[in-house]
Design a protein around this ligand. Structure first.
Ligand code: LLP
Length: 432
């Protein structure tokens, strides 16, 4: 029976929140306030080691996709575990450098890198720049020529593989904005070869996110394998790696995770058969289940036959429920895990003036009353990193628990932070 109030048939709360004692989470909430994201260093280490272990037989490099969670302390932790980083913007590039990543350990992905961002990437010597269009190739060509600097490039292919996930997290199907269509890759490779500054080092894909079925990876990897053969047949002999992207699903609520063994069986052949190094860009897998959002119940009320718990975290803090209808387990911290079946379902909603502002609907939660502390599970990825200040709400604090130590890794934003780049009187621009 589900004890997390998510309506699934899994038991979960027995393992608590991130394997941490309720008393500790209560102390964190009392000290740092709520809402607060709490992460477990041990759980992140476990995830990385499991992935590294599963890939042990295959030459590989893991590049953590930092859009999932780009807190500098987490980046430092991951760097220490021998992981590189996958970035998609100039801001993420500077974060990666600030966190101490060597440029060589950075892969620059993303569908629209600006000339300025490409310039900076070439200047610092990023290890690999994954191109997503002919236009972007021209942009990078211009940048490298102007700087007389070389760059390793990859081609992100759109392999036309459809995955069963939320439509907003599919990226690898035909007709989507991502990647270069298979039938254009050869021309792009020829074009790259004409530049003395560009070196085609990698071919890759990224199929989407929260992918639980390994066969999608197998299908994409097979297509990459054929392309690699075709490229080699036409004289391209510079490839060093094949990049299968990220997207590995984590289990949460009634959502299944991607079985690691099946994943490795799906992607290993393309690396083994081509003799290329396997690159991976996992985001959620490494941090998703290592984080929880801690929020406090402000009020309980009834309306139109429904019961609501109004909490102090909203869709601005955690937008996955309202944006993707994601059903993250919610539990009451320190409440008796006694069977909640007898309890009436409660909508856990935020304070924001939007009907879509909720963290969970129709949850059966024991011990729910004003002042109760709730944990929203599996919130380590795409939680804080997608948060905003909508409704002029300062963004949440972030805390890392490492063994017995508890560290603040991002202070709660202040009210002044909300407008510190605004002008109460317009700064008129006379030259425009
Ligand atoms: N590589 C590339 C090029 C990506 O665009 C992404 C994610 C990843 C790797 C990492 O994917 P992951 O392993 O985390 O699934 N905000 C959504 C997820 C969007 C992912 C965007 N790209 C969510 O909350 O589900």
């Amino acid at each position: 029976m589900c004890l997390r109030g998510c309506g699934c048939d899994r038991s979960g709360v027995g393992q608590g929140v991130l394997g941490l004692r309720a008393a500790l989470l209560k102390r964190i909430a009392a000290h740092v306030g709520t809402p607060t994201y709490v992460y477990s260093a041990d759980l992140i280490r476990n995830e990385v080691r499991q992935l590294q272990g599963a890939l042990a037989r295959i030459p590989h490099s893991i590049f953590y996709s930092m859009k999932a969670n780009s807190n500098l302390s987490l980046l430092g932790l991951l760097r220490g575990l021998g992981v590189g980083v996958d970035i998609v913007s100039g801001g993420e590039l500077e974060r990666a450098l600030a966190a101490g990543f060597a440029p060589d350990d950075i892969v620059f992905s993303g569908v629209g890198k600006s000339p300025r961002e490409l310039e900076r990437a070439v200047e610092v010597g990023v290890g690999l720049i994954n191109l997503e269009s002919a236009g972007e190739l021209q942009s990078l060509r211009g940048v490298t020529e102007a700087m007389a600097r070389k760059a390793n490039v990859g081609v992100r292919v759109n392999p036309d593989v459809t995955i069963a996930t939320h439509p907003y997290t599919q990226t690898g199907a035909e007709g989507m904005k991502f990647g270069i269509p298979v039938d254009e890759v050869l021309d792009i490779a020829r074009d790259i070869a004409t530049s003395p500054y560009l070196h085609l080092a990698s071919i890759g894909m990224h199929l989407g996110s929260q992918i639980a079925a390994a066969h999608a990876y197998a299908e994409g990897a097979r297509k990459l394998g054929s392309l690699i053969a075709e490229l080699r047949g036409s004289g391209v002999d510079t490839l060093r790696s094949v990049d299968v992207g990220g997207g590995m699903a984590i289990p949460y609520g009634d959502r299944p995770g991607l079985p690691m063994r099946e994943f490795v069986e799906a992607v290993a052949p393309v690396a083994v058969e081509t003799g290329l190094t396997l690159l991976l860009e996992p985001g959620r897998l490494l941090v998703g289940n290592a984080g929880a959002l801690i929020t406090r119940v402000l009020y309980c009320k009834r309306s139109g036959g429904r019961t609501f718990a109004v909490v102090d975290a909203g869709m601005n803090d955690f937008m996955r429920p309202s944006y993707y209808q994601a059903e993250h387990p919610i539990s009451v911290i320190g409440a008796d895990d006694a069977a909640p079946d007898s309890l009436e379902p409660v909508d856990v909603v935020g304070p924001i003036c939007e009907t879509g502002d909720y963290l969970g609907l129709a949850r059966r939660l024991p011990g729910l009353k004003p002042g109760a502390l709730l944990a929203v599970h599996a919130a380590g990825a795409y939680g804080f990193s997608m948060s905003s200040t909508y409704n002029s709400r300062p963004r949440a604090a972030e805390v890392l628990v490492d063994g017995e130590r508890v560290g603040l890794i991002r202070a709660r934003e202040t009210i002044e932070d909300l407008w510190n780049r605004e002008e109460a009187e317009p700064q008129w621009l006379p030259s425009i």
